[in-house]
Design a protein around this ligand. Structure first.
Ligand SMILES: Cc1cc2nc3c(=O)[nH]c(=O)nc-3n(C[C@H](O)[C@H](O)[C@H](O)COP(=O)(O)OP(=O)(O)OC[C@H]3O[C@@H](n4cnc5c(N)ncnc54)[C@H](O)[C@@H]3O)c2cc1C
Length: 469
């Protein structure tokens, strides 16, 4: 075991292996579970063949491999588990854009490219990459492995819908390379989809062929204040009728979520004068100069205000104003992540059941911890409400954290009773395995176990994640 770092260094060269205790600290977890079990070292391959050799060696020695992207995951997926000799594979040095093609609207990128870099690369050829969320330092491999969602799912779909092909290192050390950027390809099983969303438990993603979209030529952004979640759903229906597929984001924030961000930021940047219980951020864009997007948005706000659905609102007239509105939405998860003791949820329910879900979940959490504060917000257009909860003012963060399990279970039970899911976009990782067991049928769990056994018979790839014990 002691000679393993040297063996890896022979494969990777100088600088490819980190094993000093001080270097390892930044690689032991993600935002949900920052400090996991011990690791032997961190390996940082540059080329897919180097990674294939490392995996072959680990398979022979029975060493567990924890793949790691930007470490921004929210369910402990990149956290090593105790009780296994483990290494972390970091993709930070595999970050090349291998190909960028404007005419076919495709890009081949390596797993370590950050989301920020992917946006930049797409813009270089006047295109847009469909995944957009606040975790800009997250990497392509992490986004695909968790099948990330984000703000633009309504328009472009989740991570799996951005992928035309994948390159993956299998547990055997073989490289599965299917990177052809084909829009149509019905040649047997669609293997790439098995790895997307599998959180590093079935294979290590090294590169992907990705879809790009034309860069919009016009964009509008507005915030609207509404009295209730029923009004939010009415407004969504009206917005779809008026703006159709141009809607790229339809996000909702509760008053509690905005207050949390204002307290965290130290300034009250209210979008408009009326303090409404719910605020929607709506963005739409078009690639056609002929569609009067601004006019359609103004008509929508005028009609819904007249009917009393919308109580107040504002339209961003400049890019700076648009950024100011988005800063509200992006600030809420930042404030949640940085507030000690806060509980972060990721449930989704069918759209029409959102008002019932929020009402019942609010009652359920206060029945468990009286006085706790529900802070729902999220991608309401996708039914994905992050039902987050803060401790009661008089309770310490530590005491509330000790109750997180019970509170989470109460929220998830409500979501499941309404036909929802325990994980809309963050994944399962370490912390939601029990919830997955409650949600899935025995047949579904058996099928997942059979897949894991087929792809990783020695259980070396991210062991202890996703599949309930
Ligand atoms: C401010 C903020 C806002 C966010 N908003 C959203 C949001 O709106 N929607 C959303 O979905 N997420 C959001 N996230 C969460 C996060 O950015 C995503 O879950 C992201 O997909 C994780 O990417 P990562 O590179 O950080 O992965 P990590 O956290 O490093 O890893 C995530 C999982 O992927 C595995 N993995 C990583 N790389 C590979 C690879 N190359 N091959 C195989 N497995 C791999 C890991 O083992 C782990 O299981 C947000 C995060 C932040 C900080």
């Amino acid at each position: 075991m002691r000679s393993l770092p040297q063996a890896f260094e022979r494969i990777l060269g100088a600088g490819g292996v980190l094993d000093a205790a001080s270097d390892l600290d930044g690689y032991r977890g993600d935002l949900a579970v920052p400090a996991g079990g011990d690791i032997i070292c961190v390996v940082r391959p540059r080329w897919v063949q180097q990674l294939a050799e490392i995996v072959t060696l680990c398979e022979r020695e029975g060493i567990a491999i924890v793949p790691r992207g930007g470490g921004t995951g929210l369910c402990g997926g990149a956290t090593p588990v105790p009780g296994r000799h483990s290494i972390v594979v970091s993709f930070e040095r595999m970050a090349a854009i291998r190909a960028l093609d404007r005419s076919s609207g495709t890009m081949v990128a390596e797993a370590g490219c950050t989301l920020h870099r992917l946006h930049e690369a797409a813009a270089e050829v006047d295109c847009l990459f469909g995944i957009d969320h606040g975790g800009l330092s997250s990497q392509l491999g992490g986004n695909l492995s968790t099948n990330a969602g984000g703000n633009n799912v309504l328009r472009y779909g989740m991570a799996r819908e951005q992928v035309l092909g994948l390159e993956v290192v299998l547990a055997s050390g073989e490289v599965l390379s299917e990177l052809q950027p084909l829009r149509k390809n019905n040649s047997g099983y669609d293997l790439k989809q098995i790895f997307i969303g599998s959180e590093g438990t079935l294979g290590l993603i090294t590169a992907a062929a990705l879809k790009l979209y034309p860069q919009p030529v016009a964009q509008v952004c507005a915030c609207a204040g509404l009295p209730s979640l029923d009004a939010v759903l009415d407004f969504f229906g009206e917005a779809r009728a008026a703006l159709g597929q141009t809607i790229s984001a339809f996000e909702v924030m509760s008053r509690e979520a905005l207050d949390l961000w204002f307290a965290h930021a130290g300034r009250e940047d209210q979008p408009f004068a009326t303090l409404t219980p719910w605020v929607v951020l709506l963005e739409a864009d078009t690639t056609s100069h002929r569609f009067d997007l601004a006019g359609a948005l103004e008509d929508l706000l005028a009609a819904t205000s007249e009917r009393g659905t919308v109580l107040d609102g504002t339209i961003a007239m400049t890019e700076a104003q648009r950024r100011r509105l988005w800063a509200l939405r992006e600030g809420v998860p930042v404030a949640m992540i940085e507030t000690k003791g806060s509980l972060k949820g990721d449930t989704a329910v069918p759209l029409s059941r959102i008002p019932r879900f929020v009402k019942r979940a609010s009652a359920a959490v206060t029945a468990v911890v009286p006085g706790c504060i529900a802070v729902p917000f999220g991608h309401v257009g996708d039914g994905n409400i992050h039902f987050n909860v803060l401790p009661p003012p008089a309770m310490s963060a530590e005491a509330f954290s000790a109750r997180h399990g019970e509170v989470t279970q109460a929220i998830e039970s409500v979501a499941l009773s309404l036909g929802g899911t325990v994980s809309a976009e963050h994944g399962i990782g370490l912390i939601k395995r029990d919830a997955l067991a409650r949600m899935k049928s025995p047949a579904a769990l058996d099928a997942m176990r059979a897949l894991k056994a087929a792809f990783d018979p020695a259980n070396i790839l991210n062991p202890g994640k996703v599949i309930p014990g």
